[in-house]
Design a binder for this molecule. Structure first.
Ligand code: NAD
Length: 296
């Protein structure tokens, strides 16, 4: 199938390459000529504008930074009206559920099948082809997207109708931020009282404080190997991306009238950490540990 892939940055680049290797005819589109050149070096065709290459496309996949980019690429540009009836739209960007629903509405008016399909797994998962896709849309769109999503990831979930993929992604990442902040606070608290952080982690991992951060992503340096905390918090899932997701959670929470004080507190702590130094926003989100080590 001819697939137009728009937004080949840190995540989209390796996803487009994996999709190409899975046997689809992928045309990579990005504003950046440097990124387009990188895609050509991987054997993909490229274009500057999707309008130049969308004829005959069976699907369009997007991996864009924010709501405005999704609005501009699909709606303001008129792309939706240039696509053939029945074309599948898969938006993998993390955006607000309201923007996702707007894309579903406009796409359906143009006779297209739309799926919101944000991902979990980060750049490492994008490169390894092991991403999880959390989808919102009709069952029919979900079934049709299967072969494309399986070309870029290993787990594919349908969370519900239009926008449900974004809601689940945002709710999950809010809980992840709360767990990371709580884990960092507990580790510092124990260490301040003379406990070795590795001993403390080993005990809590099999006790009632057990959670994903302790198990897979310990924020205290050198407790675990192969995680950002043991590499000066380089790489991983950046503080600025967690701030973006917590901002989306706050927006959704206001819209639904939900009570999310823990999410709000996690967002305040990440914002405070990011304000401390220009570089902090570009560290892994487990660097929040530094706030509790007297570096606030
Ligand atoms: P990125 O900034 O590296 O890539 C985005 C790409 O979109 C850029 O190359 C940019 O040039 C391109 N782009 C922007 N506007 C465009 C337009 N109008 N036309 C064509 N191309 C356009 O960002 P990323 O890290 O790849 O993240 C992409 C999305 O994935 C975001 O929504 C992010 O929240 C989500 N996400 C990222 C991670 C991660 O670890 N990086 C993990 C999960 C989800």
């Amino acid at each position: 199938m001819k697939v137009v892939f728009i937004g080949v940055g840190n995540m989209g680049g390796p996803m487009a390459v994996n999709l190409h290797h899975s046997g689809q005819e992928v045309i990579a589109v990005d504003l950046s000529e440097v990124l387009r050149e990188q895609m050509r070096a991987e054997g993909l065709a490229t274009a500057e504008s999707p309008l130049d290459v969308c004829e005959g496309a069976g699907a369009v996949v997007t991996m864009l930074p924010h709501d405005q980019a999704v609005e501009s690429v699909y709606i303001q540009s008129g792309l939706l009206d240039h696509l053939e009836e029945g074309t599948l739209i898969i938006d993998c960007s993390t955006i607000s559920p309201s923007q996702a629903k707007r894309l579903h509405e406009h796409g359906e008016q143009a006779g297209l099948a739309v799926l919101d399909a944000p991902v979990s797994g980060g750049v490492a998962g994008a490169k390894a082809g092991t991403l999880s896709f959390i989808c919102g849309g009709t069952n029919e769109a979900f079934e049709r997207a299967g072969p494309i999503l399986k070309g870029m990831g290993s787990n594919v979930f349908r969370a519900g109708n239009a926008g449900a993929g974004q809601i689940v992604k945002i709710v999950n990442n809010m809980l992840l931020a709360i767990q990371m902040v709580g884990t960092a606070e507990a580790l510092s608290f124990g260490v301040d009282n003379g406990i070795d952080p590795k001993v403390l982690s080993d005990i809590m991992k099999v006790s009632s404080g057990q959670n994903w951060c302790l198990d897979k992503y310990n924020p205290w340096p050198d407790v675990m190997t192969g995680v950002p905390s043991s590499n000066d918090y380089q790489g991983g899932f950046l503080v600025k991306l967690m701030q973006k997701d917590l901002g989306l959670a706050a927006q959704l929470s206001r819209a639904s009238g939900s009570s999310t004080p823990m999410g709000g507190l996690a967002m305040s702590l990440y914002d405070a950490y990011a304000r401390q130094s220009d570089n902090n926003a570009n560290l892994d989100f487990s660097a929040i540990q530094r706030l509790f080590r007297g570096e606030l």
